[in-house]
Write a protein that binds this ligand. Structure first.
Ligand SMILES: Cc1ncc(COP(=O)(O)O)c(C=O)c1O
Length: 367
C-alpha cells in the first residue's frame, strides 16, 4: 500500500486551501537532543525528590482514565490556589501549558481590526498567536541593553489602541526583568488587556501576582514548566473574574488531562522542593555568569531567569563547537537585530555547567 501516493494532487489542494501566511511558516522546531547535555529549553535539570515521586506515582495510579477529566479541574485549581497563595477573589484559568493560554487570550480579543502590542525580541508564541487569530501586531524594539523603550511603547499605545499587550516579565529570550514602574505605566496607558507573563517567576526578584485586581486590565500568566514540571504541561492565568469568565468560554472543555490534574495535587502538596531547586538554579546561574564573564570575547547580560544570554565575538562557531561536543544550547543569532551573535544557555546541574564551562573555555580560546 502506498500511503503517500497522491502527493502532487495533495500539494495542489493544500496550496489552494491553506492560509498563505501559514504556508510561508515552518512548524516550531524542537531540536533533537538524544545523548546530548540539554541546555536549550529552559527546563529545570533536577529530577523529582524521591518522596514527591512516590506521592505522584500513587496519585497517577488512581486516575480513572475511562472517564473524561473534571472539565473545571476544581481539585487541581484548589491545590494551585493553596500552594501559590492565589486569593479566592481572583479568577483562575488552567491551560495545557501557558502556550495554550496565550492562544486563548489572543482568540478572545481578536475582534476585527484589533491590535496586539509586543516589545521585541520577546517570546515567539505571542506573534504566532496573533497570526493564528488574525490580530494585527505592533512590535516595538527593545533598547540595546534589552530594557523597554518606554516612550516608544507609550507612543505605540497612543497610536494603535492595542486590545492586548504581552510583556514577558522577565523577558524571554533576553533574560532581563523590565522596570516595574515601566510595566505600571503601560498598564495605566493601555486601553486593552496587559498580560504580564511570569513564566520565570521562580528565578526573578519581582512579580505582579499580588497586584492582580489593582489594575482592571492586568492578567498574570504563569507556568509550572520552568520549575521542574515541564512534562505535565500546566499553565495558569490569574486575573479579575470578569476576564477569566470570558476566556473560559473559548477553552476546550477537557484541556487539562486527568493525569495532569491528579499530578498537581501530588506535586504541590508541599512546595519546599520547588523553592530548593529554584534556589540551586539561581546559585548555579551566578557561578556560570561570573565564569562566563571571565572568558575572552564574551559579553554576559543580566538575567532573572533560569538561562543566561551572552554575546560571543564568535557566536555561531561557539554554538557549533558546543554541538560537536554534544552540548545543546540555543543560537539566537538571526532572531532579531539586537541578538546578533547571542547565545542562550539554560542553567544545568553543577556537573553539566562544569562541562559547559570547560568547553566554552576551549572554544573561546581558539584563534
Ligand atoms: C515567556 C514565556 N511564556 C510562556 C512560555 C510557555 O511555557 P509553557 O511550557 O507553559 O507552554 C515560555 C516557554 O519558554 C516562555 O518563555
Amino acid at each position: 500500500m502506498n500511503e503517500r501516493a497522491p502527493t502532487a494532487a495533495t500539494a495542489e489542494i493544500v496550496a489552494e486551501l491553506v492560509r498563505s501566511e501559514l504556508r510561508a511558516l515552518s512548524a516550531y522546531a524542537v531540536a533533537r537532543a538524544e545523548g546530548m547535555i540539554k541546555l536549550d529549553a529552559m527546563e529545570n535539570p533536577y529530577a523529582l525528590p524521591a518522596a514527591v515521586a512516590a506521592r505522584l506515582g500513587d496519585a497517577l495510579a488512581r486516575v480513572p482514565i475511562n472517564r473524561y477529566p473534571d472539565g473545571a479541574a476544581e481539585d487541581a485549581k484548589r491545590a494551585l490556589r493553596q500552594a501559590l497563595a492565589i486569593p479566592d477573589a481572583h479568577g483562575l484559568l488552567l491551560g495545557n501549558g501557558s502556550d495554550e493560554l496565550i492562544q486563548l487570550i489572543a482568540s478572545t480579543l481578536a475582534r476585527p481590526g484589533a491590535t496586539m502590542l509586543i516589545p521585541e525580541p520577546s517570546f515567539v508564541m505571542y506573534r504566532m498567536s496573533a497570526l493564528n487569530t488574525g490580530l494585527r501586531v505592533a512590535g516595538v524594539s527593545l533598547n540595546g541593553d534589552f530594557s523597554l523603550n518606554l516612550q516608544a511603547m507609550l507612543d505605540a499605545i497612543e497610536r494603535e489602541h492595542p486590545a492586548l499587550v504581552f510583556l514577558a516579565y522577565p523577558n524571554n529570550p533576553t533574560g532581563n526583568l523590565f522596570a516595574a514602574s515601566e510595566v505600571e505605566a503601560i498598564l495605566r496607558a493601555t486601553p486593552g488587556l496587559v498580560v504580564v507573563d511570569e513564566a520565570y517567576y521562580a528565578f526573578a526578584e519581582a512579580s505582579f501576582l499580588s497586584r492582580v485586581g489593582e489594575f482592571r486590565n492586568l492578567l498574570v500568566l504563569r507556568t509550572l514548566s520552568k520549575v521542574g514540571m515541564a512534562g505535565i504541561r500546566l499553565g495558569y492565568a490569574v486575573a479579575p473574574r470578569d476576564w477569566i469568565d470570558e476566556l473560559n468560554k473559548l477553552r476546550p472543555p477537557y484541556n487539562v488531562n486527568a493525569f495532569t490534574q491528579a499530578a498537581i495535587g501530588a506535586l504541590l502538596a508541599d512546595t519546599a522542593w520547588i523553592a530548593e531547586q529554584a534556589a540551586a538554579i539561581r546559585a548555579e546561574r551566578a557561578r556560570l555568569q561570573a565564569a562566563m564573564a571571565r572568558l575572552p570575547g564574551v559579553q554576559v547580560y543580566p538575567t532573572q531567569t533560569n538561562f543566561i544570554v551572552a554575546r560571543f565575538s564568535k557566536g555561531n562557531d561557539i554554538f557549533e563547537g558546543l554541538k560537536a561536543k554534544r552540548i545543546l544550547i540555543k543560537n539566537l543569532d538571526g532572531w532579531h537585530p539586537l541578538l546578533a551573535r547571542c547565545l542562550r544557555i539554560t542553567v544545568g546541574t553543577p556537573s553539566e555547567n562544569d562541562m559547559l564551562l570547560s568547553a566554552l573555555a576551549e572554544l573561546t580560546d581558539r584563534p
